[in-house]
Design a binder for this molecule. Structure first.
Ligand SMILES: [Fe+2]
Ligand SMILES: [Fe+2]
Length: 495
């Protein structure tokens, strides 16, 4: 594995790079730029044919990074080890807002079993084009792909670029790793549920609250989501009537962190966002359970009690000294989460106010989680696509429209845990969503087999799989199904 040699300070990568003075650029910045342009080119090669004008533009764009760099540094060497990128042996830190693009890129390379690309000479546009189409057309999962590419390049007289094998892609390693990740996430999830319960109890009985523990757990949650979004997001499928309030708070925190990550909120702020999510409903601790779980119509007094929880919560946080710098964030989150984007919600305001970013994020996470799960008074949860549709309808009134779009993209039209019917008449559960928006309707599915009166885990299939004979997809989703009707506990298949 390449050694990490961090050296120079990180400069703001948003600064436009105009002059090709590569020697002056920090490797992180050049590396990021190279990866983005190279990824766009690779993607272009799978969408367009060789003579398309877009390809020429993408080739030019990539060359603007490659050639000056090679000229000054003699070599441009990219190595991918799992989701880590090393550029001339310097590890490229992946910023949160680039996370999904880097991940797709590493998946694309991993599918082709290529882990290294090295440029050692300046390239002509024609040579780079040849190279990228060779790379793009490779078979999936063929270990000798790298030999094939290098031989082809040689025979075509293209020098100055070579590729290397993917270093680390043993299935069992991946499995072990994803199992470990799942275990870790589960641990974080249940610890957090317990913590919220403890804190709520502490507030009710006015005991001291262990805020450090909460912060620490949220930092772990942030790390876990940054490593693998799906592991913690999958756990939000846990549906539990008794612990509804606690589960709900933890889910809101998870959705909020995941959404925050996608819009590029820095890591430290993300754990604050998680805290704000955890405690957005803290004002509910004083509402009796009978009122919260009431299935009949609420009396005007009971309604007033419920509508007061944002203000009650904000006041509670003000009284608690130990929240420190977090206080303001938590107060905003509690106060704002039912206000709505156009301020038509509650509490009613005497004066206009701008809702904070955290408040807007938590409102979205809160709404989604409240509807996606069954409640005592509502036997069936809404299916996710319906809720996302509702949210889109209400974008601009109830929710920030830009955030709603990112959220929908994140949850996907078939989120983790969705029960689906396939055109092969099989049924299955979505166990992994696709990052690439173009194949968002082709997630990975765990097929369910019915035997002895119950559904059991069958094999996992990737809906992107094509049938070579018919050149069409092997399986496609026909529609979503309601797990309650089939008596299937989705969470059991996910954790
Ligand atoms: Fe609330
Ligand atoms: Fe809530």
């Amino acid at each position: 594995m390449a050694k990490e040699t961090r050296g120079k300070p990180v400069t703001d990568e948003r600064t436009e790079v105009k002059a090709p003075a590569a020697q002056d650029q920090v490797p992180e910045m050049m590396g990021t730029e190279f990866i983005l342009r190279f990824y766009r080119l690779l993607k272009g090669a799978s969408l367009y044919d060789r003579n398309n004008a877009n390809i020429d533009r993408l080739v030019q764009e990539a060359l603007q990074t490659i050639n000056p760099f090679v000229q000054s540094q003699e070599q441009l060497f990219l190595k991918i080890v799992r989701d880590n990128f090393f550029f001339n042996n310097v590890r490229i830190p992946v910023k949160a807002d680039r996370y999904s693009i880097f991940k797709i890129f590493s998946q694309e390379m991993a599918r082709r079993m290529i882990g290294e690309v090295e440029f050692s000479q300046e390239m002509s546009p024609a040579a780079l084009k040849d190279f990228i189409f060779l790379l793009s057309k490779l078979d999936e999962g063929n270990e000798s792909n790298y030999l094939y590419v290098n031989r082809q390049l040689d025979s075509r007289g293209i020098h100055g670029v070579t590729v290397g094998k993917l270093d680390y892609l043993r299935d069992e390693d991946f499995l072990i790793d994803s199992e470990r990740q799942k275990r870790q996430s589960k641990h974080i999830y249940f610890k957090t549920v317990n913590l919220v319960r403890e804190v709520s109890e502490g507030i009710r009985t006015q005991k001291l609250i262990n805020i450090r523990k909460a912060k620490h757990l949220m930092q772990n949650a942030v790390n876990s989501i940054m490593q693998d979004e799906s592991a913690l997001l999958g756990l939000t499928n846990i549906k539990n009537y008794d612990d509804y309030t606690f589960n709900h708070c933890v889910n809101v925190a998870i959705y909020a962190i995941a959404l925050g990550q996608r819009i590029g909120i820095p890591k430290k702020q993300l754990s604050h966002l998680g805290m704000a999510g955890l405690f957005h409903d803290v004002g509910k601790v004083s509402i009796p359970k009978e009122v919260l779980n009431k299935t009949d119509k609420l009396s005007p007094q009971e309604w007033a009690m419920i509508r007061a929880h944002p203000v009650v919560g904000a006041e509670m946080v003000i009284r608690l000294k130990e929240w420190g710098e977090l206080s303001a964030r938590l107060i905003d989150a509690s106060f704002e989460h039912h206000l709505k984007y156009d301020l038509s919600g509650y509490p009613k305001l005497a004066r206009k106010r701008n809702i904070t970013l955290f408040g807007k994020i938590i409102a979205i996470a809160d709404f989604y989680d409240a509807l996606v799960r069954p409640r005592i008074y509502r036997q069936y949860p809404y299916v996710s696509e319906k809720i996302l549709g509702l949210m889109l309808d209400r974008a601009g009134r109830d929710f920030d429209p830009a955030l709603v779009k990112v959220f929908i993209n994140m949850i996907g039209i078939f989120p983790l845990g969705t029960l689906v019917l396939l055109n092969t008449n099989e049924i299955g559960i979505v166990v992994q969503t696709q990052e690439d928006p173009e194949v968002i309707d082709r997630p990975k599915i765990c097929l369910l087999q019915y035997s002895d009166g119950e559904y059991r885990k069958g094999k996992s299939v990737d809906l992107r799989e094509m049938d070579p004979a018919t050149r069409s997809f092997k399986r496609s989703i026909v529609r979503t199904l309601d797990p309650n009707e089939y008596n299937i506990h989705v969470a059991e298949f996910l954790i």
